[in-house]
Design a protein around this ligand. Structure first.
Ligand code: ADE
Length: 237
């Protein structure tokens, strides 16, 4: 992999980001996005200029913004401000136990990212709706103990039949709510990107996803922090 000296981590939730902010000793950039929810932290890690951007809180509910709209805006602001050579979209996700995934596993994106909840059965728009955003080949990093899978994105935590059908057709292994949006903006700017996703829930476990998510968020975010730190160490010269 190329020598990257300016890397931006794009993360949806504060709870996913905080262990990394602490471990990498990042400091908030209070000039980021005045008047808008998105927030950023920066720092230097060995020879790497690091930035970390989160979606921030919804002013209406006070809850973290999740999903594709906020991720799109956050990524655009991140590129405007930090002009990164590489974007790493980090976060939590669901996976399939039947594929061998376990709670707390950390996956890297394989090959491409797509949307799984867009259905427009008109020639041309069907493909455009699903999207196809190539991700950086990070198979070198599997030596650090990561699994790899195709990441698919939608705006819901649950998985209705329609979405499951699409995910299976696409060969999706990791289901989450931001990656394709982040990857779309990154591709518009021709910034290479890959994803690091820690598993909070197994979609075929029979347990309601929101319960598994709550139960396992802490473990997953700790593993996410360890995984991303290992990757940054690997990339630093
Ligand atoms: N984030 C964590 N688990 C998820 C799931 N199963 N679907 C979408 N986003 C998630």
């Amino acid at each position: 992999m190329k020598n990257y000296t300016n890397i931006c981590l794009v993360i949806a939730m504060r709870a996913e980001a905080q262990p990394l902010i602490d471990a990498l000793q990042l400091v908030e950039d209070s000039s980021f996005c005045p008047g808008l929810p998105m927030r950023a932290w920066t720092g230097e890690y060995r020879n790497i200029q690091l930035s970390l951007v989160i979606n921030g809180k919804d002013p209406e509910t006070g809850l973290d913004l999740i999903g594709t709209q906020a991720a799109t805006l956050a990524t655009q602001f991140a590129i405007d401000k930090f002009d990164p050579q590489l974007i790493v979209n980090a976060g939590t996700a669901g996976a399939f136990g039947e594929n061998g995934a376990k709670i707390g596993d950390v996956f890297l994106s394989r090959d491409h990212v797509v949307f799984h909840d867009r259905r427009v059965p008109i020639a041309g728009w069907d493909k455009q709706s699903i999207g196809y955003f190539p991700v950086l080949d990070v198979s070198d990093l599997t030596s650090l103990g990561f699994k790899m899978g195709v990441v698919t994105t939608g705006n819901s935590l649950d998985m209705p039949e329609h979405d499951e059908e699409n995910i299976r057709k696409i060969g999706g292994e990791i289901k989450e709510m931001e990656a394709a949006a982040v990857a779309w903006v990154a591709r518009l700017h021709q910034v290479p990107l890959f994803c690091v996703k820690a598993v909070t829930d197994l979609m075929d476990s029979g347990i309601p996803t929101h319960e598994e998510f709550d139960q396992n968020l802490k473990l997953a975010t700790e593993n996410l922090q360890k995984g991303v730190t290992k990757i940054i160490d690997f990339l630093a010269t």
